[in-house]
Design a protein around this ligand. Structure first.
Ligand code: PMP
Length: 289
C-alpha cells in the first residue's frame, strides 16, 4: 500500500511520523473518512470542506489548497488502484514540544490512506443492529464541539466501550440535557409514519455527510423530513430507527435498551433508503484517474 505523507506517495512501511507530533501527543488534529465506489470518490468536495472547517475551528492552517487536497486524495487512490475503498484523510498539528502550545508546531502533517472498506457483516444489514444508550454523554458543544471532526475521539471510544461491555456493537449517546445526540460513529434517525426525524446539529452532533444525503433522498421519496429534538421515549416508540455514516451507509436498528423497535426487523422505509443510498453513492462522485 502507498501512503500519501506530506506531498509524497511512499510505501506503507516507510510512512512514519514523529513521536513529538501533537496529533499523537494530544489528539490535536482533524480527519475525514471518505468512501469510493466504482472508481469514484463519493462527496469528495463536501468531505474536504468539512475538513477545512474542522481545521479552521481549531485554528489549524492546512498548508495546501482545497483543490490541492482533492487531487492528493485522487492521486493516492490512483496509486493504490482503489475502486471501492475507504479513504482516511488526516491532518495533524505537526511536530512540537512536549507542551500544549500549538503555535510551536510549525508544520501540519498531511496523511492520506486509501484502504479497503471494513463493513458491518451483511447479516447485520438484513437483521438490524441491537444498540444501547450509554452513560457517557456526548461532548458539550461549548467544550469541544462535536461538529469538529478532531483526532480526539475518546468521548466516542468511552461510549463504544460501554456498548461492547453490554454486548452491543453501537451506542446511542445523549447530550447533557438527556436528548438523543448520535451514535459513536454514525448519526441516528427515527421513522414515524411518513416522517423521518433526526436530531438537529445544535444538539451536539457531527453533521454527517451521509445524514445530509439521506435527508435529501428521503425528501425525494416524498417523506416528511425534519430535524427535531428526540428523547429516548421517541426512540423506543418509533416505527423504525436507523443509523447513517460513511462506512455503515444506512443500517437498521431493531432493538434499543432491550425494547424491540417496530416488528424487530429493519423497517420498509429503512430498507428503501438503504437501497437508494447505495445506488446513489455508486453512481456519483469524483473520478479516480
Ligand atoms: N457521527 C460521528 C461521531 C462520526 O464519527 C461520523 C463519521 N464516522 C458520523 C456521525 C457520520 O458522518 P458521515 O456520514 O459524514 O460519515
Amino acid at each position: 500500500m502507498k501512503i500519501y505523507l506530506n506531498g509524497k506517495l511512499i510505501p506503507e512501511r516507510e510512512a512514519k511520523i514523529s513521536v513529538f507530533d501533537h496529533g499523537l501527543l494530544y489528539g490535536d488534529g482533524v480527519f475525514e473518512g471518505i468512501r469510493s465506489y466504482n472508481g469514484r470518490v463519493f462527496e469528495l468536495d463536501t468531505h474536504i470542506d468539512r475538513l477545512y472547517d474542522s481545521a479552521k475551528a481549531i485554528a489549524l492552517e492546512i498548508p495546501m489548497t482545497r483543490a490541492g487536497m482533492k487531487s492528493a486524495v485522487i492521486r493516492t487512490c490512483a496509486a493504490n488502484k482503489t475502486t471501492d475503498g475507504y479513504i482516511r484523510l488526516v491532518v495533524t498539528r505537526g511536530v512540537g514540544t512536549l507542551g500544549l502550545n500549538p503555535y510551536l508546531c510549525k508544520k501540519p502533517q498531511i496523511i492520506i490512506i486509501a484502504a479497503d472498506i471494513q463493513l458491518y457483516p451483511k447479516k447485520l444489514y438484513d437483521e438490524g443492529l441491537k444498540i444501547v444508550t450509554v452513560g457517557t454523554i456526548r461532548n458539550l458543544s461549548e467544550a469541544l464541539n462535536p461538529r469538529i471532526k478532531s483526532l480526539n475521539y475518546l468521548n466516542n471510544i468511552l461510549a463504544k466501550i460501554e456498548a461492547i461491555n453490554s454486548g452491543c456493537m453501537e451506542a446511542v449517546m445523549l447530550n447533557s440535557q438527556g436528548a438523543v445526540a448520535e451514535a459513536t460513529g454514525d448519526n441516528i434517525f427515527i421513522v414515524r409514519g411518513n416522517s423521518v426525524v433526526t436530531p438537529p446539529v445544535n444538539e451536539g452532533i457531527l453533521e454527517g455527510i451521509t445524514r445530509n444525503t439521506v435527508m435529501t433522498l428521503a425528501k425525494e421519496f416524498g417523506l416528511d423530513v425534519s430535524e427535531t429534538r428526540l428523547s429516548r421515549y421517541d426512540l423506543y416508540t418509533a416505527d423504525e430507527v436507523f443509523l447513517t455514516g460513511t462506512a455503515a451507509e444506512v443500517i437498521g436498528v431493531v432493538n434499543i435498551d432491550r425494547r424491540q423497535i417496530g416488528d424487530g426487523t429493519p423497517g420498509a422505509i429503512t430498507r428503501k433508503l438503504m437501497k437508494r443510498y447505495r445506488q446513489h453513492a455508486s453512481s456519483t462522485g469524483s473520478p479516480i484517474q
